[in-house]
Design a protein around this ligand. Sequence first.
Ligand code: F6P
Length: 344
Amino acid sequence: MQIGILTGGGDAPGLNAAIRAVARSAFADGADVLGVRNGWAGLVEGGDVSPLRPEDVSGILTRGGTILGTSRVNPLAEPSAMEAVVANLGRLGIDALVAMGGDDTLSVAAALAERGVPVVGVPKTVDNDLQVTEYCIGFDTAVAVVTEAVDRLHTTAASHHRVMVVEAMGRDAGWVTLMGGLAGGADMIVIPEFEVELNEVVDHLHARHRQGKTFSIIAVSEGADVVGLPVPSDTEAPLDAFGHVQLSRRGIGERLGRQLEDVTGFETRVTVLGHTQRGGTPTAYDRIWATRVGVGAYKLLSEGDFGAIPIKRGDRVESARLSEVAAGARLVPEDLYRLAQIFY
Ligand code: F6P
């Protein structure tokens, strides 16, 4: 048997651990492995693949990014592209495919499974917002980056008596911002799920000052909105191939910071963490869970359970259907959001 491995969408720390886990499981089973280059692009444009040998997956456990490369190419945008993917899988002799990605990449995998293509998924997105699973590869590392940033911002904020706005990732779901903010002790957390008015933020900053707290840290998700914040017309952000706005171009952190300084008079600085949250070495937790879901993906595949995806439930690796991934984002529940507010 020959299996293909593909990583699509945004890269995430821990992907290489998952690639290694799938490949090592396959080698132990006597199967061959092909690495598909650059996500779905590698199966659309004539088939860009290369064999993965044991030495190719040696020493990659600790490396961030993905050794296979990735892209946001979306074959669902054109029927001919989907035909090309199916044809290339056949032509390249890929008996089964492991697609690692978030909802976009996995929506393509689900469509392929629907057509009878032998494919399994692996959950990956630092946003951690796939409804079917409690864990997606990369989330823990992203939270660690936000936590460290908030920690570091604390000392400089306190020294200068400033307001610090820190913008973290989070499109529909504010998991990274909330967890990083919670762990770092942010003084207010603004995420896409819960509406916040500009006046609430302003009042909170004033209240802290009255208590003698001359600095504040506001963590905001790049996908969040603040009611009452003027939206300049030049923030029309471009869309990616899956139709998503490039959130980093919305500039919510910068706009919020500017407005807070204007309204409160408190000196304010803005830090946009951006892709630092997706880069670098994965945490131990990401390495371990990426390994577990990677091994789980090969197990599903070897059992012929196509159209499935290994997921985390409690401390166990279980499985769900790829068709369930599209059901919508897993959002931060209100009780967790309210818990963070206790520390404002
Ligand atoms: O989808 C995950 C994600 O990291 C989002 O949080 C972020 O908005 C987006 O990817 C950034 O994508 P890109 O790397 O294409 O700029």
